[in-house]
Design a protein around this ligand. Structure first.
Ligand SMILES: NC(=O)c1ccc[n+]([C@@H]2O[C@H](COP(=O)([O-])OP(=O)(O)OC[C@H]3O[C@@H](n4cnc5c(N)ncnc54)[C@H](OP(=O)(O)O)[C@@H]3O)[C@@H](O)[C@H]2O)c1
Length: 212
């Protein structure tokens, strides 16, 4: 059992919290208003805390907050995140007029690289940002095997994340380690596909995957 802190209790955060908790991990959701969340979210197996406390007390921290503001927010948690594994599943985009992702916040770089630079004592691993949130915890629902890409500088950190992906139902053949953290700029750029898929097909489960 691992102690996992998830920052952000939105679609991605609550979905991952439920699945990782069901897999036997001790999960805390880090939210802006813990009292309100405790009162409104019926999840007796999941604890709620503010984001700083969550980052301080968890062994592994998952960022599921809005990507366009994540850098400042997580850089402000440098002490709490020191020595830890940070799994970043967010996408740092500027909205198009219809509210869907329109453009990248860090062209020529990536949020993951910016986070790794801002948090030198933390092992950052990028993953799961290339699919609808429902697929993250149920990859078997797609008719074509999906891909979960991994980007990160530390092999052990990526091994740990591979284990967590296995707990979420990801088969080893579906996990593609692309290399160091700079490879995240490729998977973060894949988000530019997403608004076009959503406009054509709605919020049906999908993943941007590697076919062989
Ligand atoms: N939705 C998807 O299918 C999908 C797929 C891949 C990647 N992503 C990425 O995953 C991230 C989360 O997506 P989502 O769909 O779950 O978004 P969401 O439903 O809007 O949830 C984001 C959560 O982050 C917290 N938050 C929002 N603003 C914040 C702030 N200023 N400071 C601290 N916390 C804040 C909020 O939780 P509290 O109010 O509880 O604090 C909010 O519920 C985004 O970066 C997105 O690009 C989403």
């Amino acid at each position: 059992m691992t102690s996992i802190g998830i920052l952000g209790a939105g679609r991605v955060g609550t979905n991952l919290a439920d699945a990782l908790s069901a897999a036997g991990h001790r999960v805390t959701l880090g939210v802006r208003n813990p009292e309100e969340a405790t009162a409104t979210v019926t999840a007796p197996h999941i604890a709620f805390a503010d984001q700083r406390t969550t980052a301080r007390t968890a062994d592994i921290v998952i960022n599921t907050t809005p990507g366009d503001t994540s850098l400042d927010r997580l850089a402000g948690l440098r002490t709490e995140l020191s020595g830890k594994l940070l799994v970043d599943v967010s996408n740092a985009t500027r909205d198009a007029d219809d509210g869907l992702p329109g453009d990248l916040c860090y062209p020529g770089s990536s949020l993951a690289e910016q986070l790794q630079t801002a948090l030198p004592e933390t092992h950052v691993v990028k993953t799961l940002n290339t699919m609808l949130f429902t697929v993250m915890t149920a990859p078997e629902i797609l008719t074509t095997p999906p891909t979960a890409y991994l980007s990160g500088d530390d092999q052990n950190a990526k091994k740990t994340v591979t284990g967590l992906l296995g707990d979420l139902g990801w088969q080893p053949a579906w996990i593609e380690d692309l290399g160091d953290i700079t490879t995240a700029r490729a998977t973060e750029a894949m988000v530019l596909m997403v608004p076009h898929i959503l406009r054509r097909h709605g919020f049906k489960p999908f993943a941007v995957s590697l076919a062989r």
